[in-house]
Design a protein around this ligand. Structure first.
Ligand code: 4AD
Length: 465
């Protein structure tokens, strides 16, 4: 079955060849009555198509029809590839197509946003406005209300290809390390992380909630003797935080594994997995990263071949040394995390690092206390550019201690009875972690809002589209 030639494949090598291409009419411009130009866009590639009156192929009527096409309509063009003597401005391809036939496959109605304007960087917008150009700044809500149009910009194509690649590398790396993929239930009798951030629902007359994390079930898979597992799946949080980094639904990258002597075995996996993700993105997503950077300029992530590990205590001390007082047995707030990120960058030259041995009091009930000092825990958080992307720990595998910890953290034991039972039949020592896919992509690309890396974001104010 024949398929159209890709717009991105139109080069000098095809000069004088007849091609069939399909794309969207990005712009349509008539020059007098005998000639029209259509810039056709397919994904991130654009080419200029020239419609000129010609005795046996193109009539005046045809030129008029083309001039009346609406932007973003899907167009089929048949024509000859030509190489103009001057540089073509404003298209990615340096050839033109001399149109012989043109069909409108699907017609677009008038657009609520102009894709070209939506694709400009802040600096380009400023420049255009100063030059007196008429353009409408497309704000985030308008973008998200019209997300399927907004997704047509090169930066957005880049973001979601990068996101896809993160998932692929995550899966491939873990498969090669003897993990296998599981799918845990998303409707559960209770919460897993404690706290109120859970969506409640009625499950055939029983109180239930949407999975706040695959936490309990991934651990139960380890009790089931699966050894090493991972999951890529939806996670639901009834957030009330209206911030740049909280969603009510996000994609969790979760890992759980048996350990033999120390929770650093889990941190070793985090280290090698994420360095592999960053290396591979830098190698294979150069074009996508450039497309994102053209609209949202950012510096490439600075990271070390072996990920820096600091203890929570060391982090607190670094903050103290510069006059930032934090509770040494509390959690770090967003501001302190940011500040520590800066200090770590200055001292160690990395924007990616692990902070471990957190105070037990700020960690979920399933976290293993440190055996030399139970005020601390065998746990860690991981940061990119001063913001958390991962939390993980060794888990309590001793049923008596697990029950005690759950009770101390105010968990209703009835809602986790099957989980507790799973440990009574002997569970191996184990640990794991969870990362948020949208946060990983946001922070790797230095973006300022998680809504940019969620395809159709769900936040406290948004349930559609
Ligand atoms: O820190 P969290 O809540 O940890 C857990 O869910 C544990 N069960 C993980 C484990 O295996 N111990 O969430 C893990 C990660 C965070 O580091 C963050 O990247 C992301 O999930 N995350 C969110 N992303 C977007 N919106 C939110 N509201 C998020 N809450 C957490």
């Amino acid at each position: 079955v024949s398929r159209p030639t890709k717009v991105g494949a139109l080069t000098n090598a095809l000069e004088n060849c007849s091609v069939w291409i399909r794309g969207r009419a990005q712009t349509i411009r008539a020059v007098g009555k005998n000639i029209s130009f259509v810039v056709l866009r397919e994904r991130e590639f654009t080419v200029q198509c020239v419609v000129t009156v010609q005795p046996d192929t193109v009539s005046r009527q045809m030129v008029k029809y083309v001039s009346g096409l609406s932007r973003e309509s899907i167009i089929d063009v048949e024509g000859l590839v030509s190489v103009p003597s001057v540089e073509i401005k404003g298209t990615t391809q340096q050839v033109e197509v001399q149109v012989r036939k043109l069909y409108c496959v699907t017609k677009a109605v008038v657009l609520p946003i102009n894709i070209e304007d939506a694709a400009r960087s802040d600096a380009e917008i400023e420049k255009a406005l100063q030059a007196g150009e008429k353009l409408v700044r497309v704000n985030q809500d308008t973008r998200l209300n019209n997300r399927s149009l907004d997704l047509r910009t090169p930066a957005n194509l880049g973001i979601f290809r990068i996101q896809s690649q993160v998932g692929t590398i995550f899966r491939q790396f873990l498969l090669s390390e003897d993990f296998f993929e599981i799918h845990t239930p998303k409707i559960n009798p209770g919460s897993s992380e404690g706290g109120a951030a859970v969506f409640r629902l009625d499950y055939k007359g029983q109180p239930a909630c949407l999975a706040q994390s695959p936490q309990l079930h991934k651990q139960m898979a380890i009790c089931g003797d699966f050894g090493r597992v991972f999951e890529i799946g939806g996670v639901f949080r009834d957030e009330d935080s209206h911030t740049h980094r909280h969603l009510c639904e996000f994609t969790g990258l979760d890992v759980e594994m048996e350990i033999y002597w120390h929770y650093s075995e889990v941190m070793d996996i985090v280290d090698r997995l994420f360095v592999t993700i960053f290396d591979t993105l830098n190698e294979t997503c150069q074009k996508e990263l450039e497309a994102v950077g053209r609209q949202y300029p950012f510096e490439p992530l600075k990271y070390l071949p072996e990920t820096l590990r600091l203890t929570f205590k060391e982090g607190v001390q670094m903050l103290k040394d510069v006059g930032v007082e934090v509770d040494p047995m509390g959690d770090l707030n967003t501001e302190a995390e940011r500040k520590l990120g800066q200090l770590v960058l200055e001292k160690y030259g990395t924007e990616f690092y692990i902070l471990h041995r957190y105070p037990l009091a700020v960690r979920p009930f399933y976290t293993m206390p440190c055996h030399d000092n139970p005020a601390y825990s065998n746990s860690f958080d991981v940061f990119i550019r001063g913001e958390e992307i991962i939390s993980g720990s060794q888990r309590v595998h001793v049923p008596e201690l697990l029950e005690e910890r759950a009770q101390a953290c105010g968990i209703d034991l009835k809602t986790i009875s099957a989980y507790l039972d799973a440990f009574r039949y002997a569970a191996p020592p184990h640990g794991g972690f969870g990362a948020g896919l949208e946060r990983v992509v946001m922070l790797f690309c230095g973006l300022n809002n998680i809504r940019k890396t969620s395809l159709f974001p769900r936040d406290p104010l948004r349930l559609a589209p």
